[in-house]
Design a protein around this ligand. Structure first.
Ligand SMILES: Cc1ncc(COP(=O)(O)O)c(C=O)c1O
Length: 349
């Protein structure tokens, strides 16, 4: 469906009717990366949207998500939260912190399948924020989702009021936070008199749904590259379009996205979810050494690797502006430091 583009103000107005709590430090900075850009050697100006600096609970995209998710949890009068993902989940760390701030009981079910379970990084933070943590064998995706739904049902039967990770309910709401984030980015670009030719973000879910729909709502004409951190047992563009369209409905907007409009690239996942690739490792060190900004090996370094590859391949004309949306995730590097330091540390000491 073609509908007229919206202004950032109109997007914010549409979201104003939804319950929301305040967590993130907004707006996050939009910064140019001159040394990094120079190293790519194609005359392209790379900017970074610092959502690693959302502030709350060490930052990242989930601080934005949780403003809407926990606005809804509070509206429903929830007294316990059931959440889960893999052991080093940024999502669960931010949720543990949100629960602490709201005085809600937090029960985390963390998949230890193929994971390092050292109490480090995000897992350490889960404990520090006071979550009840259970390490489980269920794999992330449908299996873990079913486990969480079962735990939520048990709690309901015991007279509690759980808010839980129920994808059709929570993913569109989380996506709305990134539609609003796109309005924020559009205003920042406008203030600098810049037009972006490309956007890069690590996502195979809510964040990407919000970025893709936000871009369409704002009439953005550049490429919107969603770089998937993992494969899912479903067609990712279809699911992202469905979630984006649910988000549009909740905002009362007529705009819709089709799966064909979603550029969800699964080619940067190898050697696997949570495992760094040579290209991601190079991108990680390029940003760390040229701009003193860290990424993480699971999500953001892989999205940055895609940006690096596209710029080097000449996808953008010299003078073009390309924006990397940094979604955070830094705590996990402390748990998986060997991935960055092996096989050959790219430094001397
Ligand atoms: C650092 C980081 N970036 C990106 C993502 C992807 O977000 P989404 O699940 O909304 O696609 C995640 C998800 O956990 C994340 O932790």
């Amino acid at each position: 469906m073609t509908s007229a583009p919206l202004t950032p103000h109109e997007i914010r107005q549409a979201s104003a009717s939804l319950p929301r709590i305040s967590l993130a430090q907004l707006p996050t900075p939009l910064e140019e990366l001159p040394r990094f850009s120079h190293r790519l050697g194609a005359g392209v100006r790379v900017f970074i949207k610092r959502d690693d600096c959302t502030g709350f609970a060490l930052g990242g995209n989930k601080s934005r998500h949780n403003e809407f998710l926990f606005g809804e949890a509070v509206r429903r009068g929830a007294d316990v939260v059931v959440w889960g993902a893999q052991v080093q989940s940024n999502n669960c760390r931010t949720t543990a912190a949100t629960c602490a701030k709201l005085g809600l009981e937090c029960r985390l079910y963390l998949s230890k399948w193929n994971q390092n379970t050292d109490i480090q990084g995000n897992l350490l933070l889960d404990y520090l924020y006071g979550a009840h943590v259970e390490l489980v064998d269920a794999r992330i995706g449908p299996e873990l989702n079913a486990l969480m739904a079962a735990r939520a049902a048990e709690l309901r039967n015991a007279g509690r009021n759980p808010f839980f990770w129920d994808p059709p309910q929570v993913v569109p709401l989380a996506a709305i936070s990134y539609i609003v984030a796109m309005a924020e980015l559009a205003e920042q670009l406008q203030a600098l008199n810049l037009k972006a030719s490309g956007l890069y973000v690590s996502s195979a879910g809510a964040t990407g749904a919000g970025v893709a729909l936000g871009a369409k709502l704002l009439g953005f004409t550049g490429s919107v590259r969603l770089i998937c951190p993992m494969h899912w047992p479903w067609h990712i563009p279809t699911r992202i379009a469905d979630d984006a369209n649910q988000a549009a409905k909740r905002l009362g907007l007529p705009h819709r996205l089709s799966a064909e409009e979603i550029d969800a690239d699964e080619s940067y996942i190898a050697p696997g979810y949570g495992q760094i690739s040579p290209a991601a490792r190079e991108a990680f060190f390029l940003l760390a050494r040229e701009e003193a900004i860290l990424t993480d090996h699971v999500y953001t370094a892989k999205a940055l690797a895609a940006l690096v590859a596209d710029v080097r391949a000449g996808k953008y004309r010299p003078g073009s502006v390309v924006v990397f949306i940094h979604t955070g995730g830094i705590p996990a590097i402390f748990a998986d430091r060997h991935q960055l330091l092996e096989p050959t540390p790219p430094f001397s000491h």
